[in-house]
Design a protein around this ligand. Sequence first.
Ligand code: ADP
Length: 211
Amino acid sequence: MNILMLGAPGSGKGTQSELLCDKKAFIHLSTGDLFRKNISGETELGLLAKSYINQGYLVPDDVTNKMVQVFLKSESDNLIFDGYPRTIDQAIELDIMLRTYDKSLSHVIYLDIDNSVLLDRIVNRLVCPTCKRSYHKITRRPLVENICDFDSTNLIVREDDTLDKVNQRLLTYNTQTKPLIEFYKDRLIKINANNKRPEELFAIISEALGI
Ligand code: ADP
């Protein structure tokens, strides 16, 4: 079973992917996390990616596709694609790559959520750089201020989580990523993600996937 998590920034793709990995032996591919790893390691790829990410734009398709290809070569099945593909061209490229490795995408989970909810979540988001869990400054605070409940790492605010960048990211999502809903309509499982706690949403996703 290979799954794509589709949805706007802040819709909960990363959180739900982590929950799926905890429940079953999935392998989580988050292109955002891979870019951030390269940025903190100051690699050439990281420096290039940073110039796009910090403006709320997508990293160019050829750069992103190459990074995913390296990942796919080394992994087997039970993959969760989180944040990739984000354009029709990436989706076409992924299809070609998967076929080369004799894999396919079996389910596409689309987390549908209102813009106002997204904005509130992202500008109040704190993340753990180690386990990638997300918190909310007001409604989902860690037990100890600024410390991850699970691994005691200091929480951070992502550089691209400021209001101006979020607005650009949402625009980018609406123009470049939303067309994927139509592209994957044969495999799409649409889930209303408004007003649901992560655990509630996870129960709905698990049921839809039959796991
Ligand atoms: P979010 O879903 O909250 O936007 P991500 O961590 O998935 O967060 O992505 C952060 C940023 O990394 C994106 O705004 C974009 O600039 C870049 N990025 C992630 N995935 C891709 C992709 N598939 N193609 C191009 N850029 C990407």
